[in-house]
Ligand binder design. Sequence first.
Ligand code: NCD
Length: 328
Amino acid sequence: MNHPFHILSSAQFDRKFLDYLAVLTDTIRRFNKSKEGSIYLKGLLAHKRAMLYFTQPSTRTFLSFQSACHILGISTHEIRDSSTSSERKGESIEDSLRTFSSYVDIIIMRTSTPGLCDRIAEYLDHTERPVPIINAGSGPDEHPTQALLDIYTLSRNFVKEGGLDGKTITLVGDLKRGRTVRSLAALLTNYQDVKLRFVSPESFRISEDLRQYLVKKGLDFVETTDFSGSLENTDAVYMTRVQDEYDVAGESAKVDYSQYHLTKDHLGILKDSAIIMHPLPRRQEIDPAIDKDPRAKYWRQERNGMWTRVALLTMIFGVDSQIVLPEL
Ligand code: NCD
């Protein structure tokens, strides 16, 4: 298995990688169930340090990456507000991140600037101390590790039915600016006969670059404004919130988003075997009364994020070989 160095985009992963990561994640979860197993994991990367540079709000991604580091013994530093760093004194982002690379072995970063992670990765690659960069969300652009945990959640839920191939996935909400949907849709091109339904208000349809990417990859998809109709015969529904932090002229207020809220009334339309996902945080897209429905998987999905990120870190540092895997 090729080991990734930087994690910048969903487009860098193939099916072999996704299948391997899922088995590795399962195995790590099993290891962690015993005290001996968790002590073993904690020793794997105890000599490494990570910088969590999160200048955009984050709860789950930050905490799950931090916990993932700690599960592997990696010590963590953090910046969550660039006004507390020398960027405030006029230091360039390149110089700031190069400084982190002097002290740590990996940089996990979330920023509001699309393409910044790629730029920094390229820049550090040409210094004497290149360290891996993980994109933990780059504006409305990409969120590749969220897509990895979403794929893990989907494939594990469909394990008895033979996996994700052939499934219909319905992605709902602000598809124009939602980076999780962009990264997940791109990853789903690795599966056979998957069908996507993109459901959104007219003004929040997927962007042209994603549309073209999916066409190029031969993925079967439809775009519609019909939410209830799209819930019929779907295998998974992936809800998202309106991304109003990217409004430039009050776009969000012009849309009636309530038509894209999942309520208890919709549950009868969904198949018994369908699953409900959400990258979280949610607003009113999913009625909390639905949390008790066995098809609601978003809390499990959130926890899967931590385990998927543990697995990914072991691969980046090449210690996955020290975790004995079942035959693939
Ligand atoms: C998402 C994000 O930040 O893009 N959250 C997350 O990482 N789990 C989704 C969102 O904020 O709407």
